[in-house]
Design a protein around this ligand. Structure first.
Ligand SMILES: [Zn+2]
Ligand SMILES: [Zn+2]
Length: 77
């Protein structure tokens, strides 16, 4: 039979095996991310860097700096 392997931590952490050796025997079924492109950002604010920071926009600065959850510079990726 089949069993659920999906956990809340699914692809939220980089695969240690893959990052150390460049491969992993679990392949596509691995619970962990094989590279940053697969990494889910579960620990981040749901709107992380999806909206412009109002503080920065109005005042030109923001006390959170680079830790801010909002976009300061739209051209910055
Ligand atoms: Zn893996
Ligand atoms: Zn900000």
């Amino acid at each position: 039979g089949s069993h659920m392997t999906t956990s809340s931590r699914y692809k939220t952490e980089l695969c240690r095996t893959y990052s150390e050796s460049g491969r992993c025997r679990y392949g596509a079924k691995c619970q962990f991310a094989h590279g940053l492109g697969e990494l889910r950002q579960a620990n981040r604010h749901p709107k992380y860097k999806t909206e412009l920071c109002h503080k920065f926009k109005l005042q030109g600065r923001c006390p959170y700096g680079s830790r801010c959850h909002f976009i300061h510079n739209p051209t910055e990726d």
